[in-house]
Design a protein around this ligand. Structure first.
Ligand code: GDG
Length: 483
């Protein structure tokens, strides 16, 4: 058997140019951790963009970069600033991302973006061909690379290719508005296995394939002229042990080892022991519903004024895609909302919202998870939402309440959370009230179910299940043979 080739837009390492040298620092993101079991030793290669454009890479460091990447089992695809503009900020994040998250009015159908997306996808496919053999198994990740499977298939008809989409696949009625809808589907159909987080995304995809390409679909198989393509759902898990153990050692730390954030949280608890902390963590993205959440919080404070000075909302919004205009507008809207709500409700002793617009180190993330009585996550659309799972994993004493949008993929597996419609302020205000007053026994009972499920179906199991399914290619079925 050959090696495994993983392809994603970004490599699982960060390149840092320091005086005269190069460091490749492994990333700690969900995908990088999840793929650890697949991407081990010399058995696999990860191909992707390094995060530095051609213009950023001093020619004399090119070799050192390649060496540093090779040490980490990685190989880079070179992209210049103009390619990143059209492919990443353009087609990926101004066309596909909004469309697949049902923000139809934000989706821009620009021919230039599309042409750059095609040529950059071809670059990734060429890099795969150059670095792989016929026997290798290829796993392509996410919406930036949807044309890659077919581009590889053309050159390597017998290679095993899998594709996993980390964001929702929209309903046919939304997807059909894309001018290049057939090309995207055909690109994906170069795969042997196409994976989604949930059964609904899978269903939407199959419906688009049937209605736009007229292909025969039976259960979760698509029949093409000479191939059968399997489609299935693989809900992504988290590195459960990592979060659980981090939370445990966080509790054991004595004062000297505490972060400044933890000290601040402690002093807040000492001065206002009855105040409940409500947490939300997201990239600053319109799909995450941050502005609506703030409006719902204001609605809650007006509907239940007895909770003034008794709750605090902590918002961690991580900067993201800040050169896309919609994200700049959203940043302004959130700044204004936080200012207005704090201006309206603050007292000498109390500020209702603590707002952090930055990325925090992992330790601080654990500080926030472990100190919050409630996690309140309100995406308007979210492929999965790993933050919901991470919050539950850090609740070592099993207390804590998760309020989660039904529009997140994770809601399908987290029925014991309090599920809400993020557009319904009335329901959210009542749910916050319920969460604040939920008896500890009920919290523990709900979280026990959630934790057991998350521990069992962790990210390693997710990756292995996908790989196992990929390596069991379907036989040409009866429906196909009888044609
Ligand atoms: C996409 C899909 C799908 C957040 N802030 C900080 C930080 N994080 C980490 C969290 C979590 C990750 O980032 C965010 O993951 P999500 O799943 O919530 O959301 P997306 O970034 O939108 O991811 C999503 C996912 O892909 C996987 O398929 O679930 O639906 O949109 O792991 O912990 N980490 C650190 N500092 C921060 O400030 N260190």
């Amino acid at each position: 058997m050959g090696k495994t080739i993983i392809i994603s837009n970004r490599l699982p390492v960060q390149l840092q140019i320091n005086n005269g040298g190069i460091d490749a620092v492994p990333s700690v993101g969900g995908l990088a951790t999840g793929m650890k079991s697949v991407h081990s030793g010399g058995e696999s290669l990860w191909i992707g963009w390094s995060g530095l454009t051609d213009e950023d890479i001093p020619p004399e460091l090119e070799n050192d970069i390649d060496k540093a990447l090779k040490k980490n089992g990685c190989s880079k695809v070179r992209l210049n600033a103009q390619e990143i503009d059209g492919f990443y900020f353009g087609f990926s994040n101004r066309t596909v991302w909004p469309l697949f998250h049902y923000f139809l009015e934000y989706s821009e159908f620009e021919l230039d973006f599309w042409n750059t997306y095609k040529s950059v996808n071809q670059k990734f496919a060429d890099a795969i061909i150059e670095n792989s053999g016929e026997d290798d198994t290829i796993w392509v990740h996410d919406y930036q690379l949807m044309l890659v499977p077919q581009m590889v298939r053309e050159k390597r008809p017998n290679t095993t290719i899998g594709f996993f989409l980390h964001i929702p696949f929209p309903s046919y009625e939304i997807f059909r508005t894309l001018p290049w809808r057939e090309e995207i589907l055909e690109g994906l159909l170069g795969s042997d296995l196409i994976g989604f987080h949930t059964y609904d995304y899978e269903r939407h995809f199959l419906s688009s394939v049937r209605r736009l390409l007229g292909l025969e679909v039976s259960f979760n198989e698509i029949f093409m002229e000479n191939r059968v393509i399997k489609v299935d759902s693989f809900p992504m898990g988290i590195d459960y042990k990592k979060f659980k153990n981090a939370a445990k050692s966080h509790q054991q730390n004595n004062e000297g080892e505490q972060s400044d954030l933890q000290k601040r949280l402690d002093s807040h608890k000492a001065s206002a022991p009855d105040t409940k902390l409500i947490l939300s963590i997201d990239r600053l993205d319109y799909s995450k519903g941050i502005a609506k959440r703030l409006n719902a919080f204001e609605y809650f404070l007006n509907k239940y004024p007895e909770y003034k000075e008794k709750v605090r909302l902590i918002i961690l919004a991580v900067p993201s895609r800040s050169n896309v205009p919609q994200y700049q507008l959203l940043k302004r809207e959130i700044d204004e909302l936080v200012g207005r709500i704090n201006g309206e409700f603050s007292t000498v002793n109390w500020t209702p919202i603590w707002y952090f617009y930055r990325s925090m180190p992992f330790e601080n993330l654990i500080d926030l998870y472990t100190n919050s009585d409630i996690a309140w996550l309100t995406p308007l659309r979210d492929g999965m939402n790993l933050v919901a799972k991470e919050y539950i994993a850090t609740r070592t004493d099993k207390t804590g309440v998760l309020i989660l949008s039904e529009m997140a993929g994770s809601a399908y597996e987290m029925n014991e959370a309090l599920l809400i419609n993020p557009n319904n302020f009335e329901e959210q205000a009542d749910t916050l009230q319920k969460a604040i007053n939920m008896p500890v026994e009920e919290q523990k009972s709900r979280n026990t179910f959630l934790q057991n499920r998350l521990e069992r179906y962790n990210v390693e199991v997710w990756a292995n299940e996908f790989m196992n399914a990929l390596n069991q290619k379907p036989e040409l079925g009866h429906a196909f043979i009888s044609q």
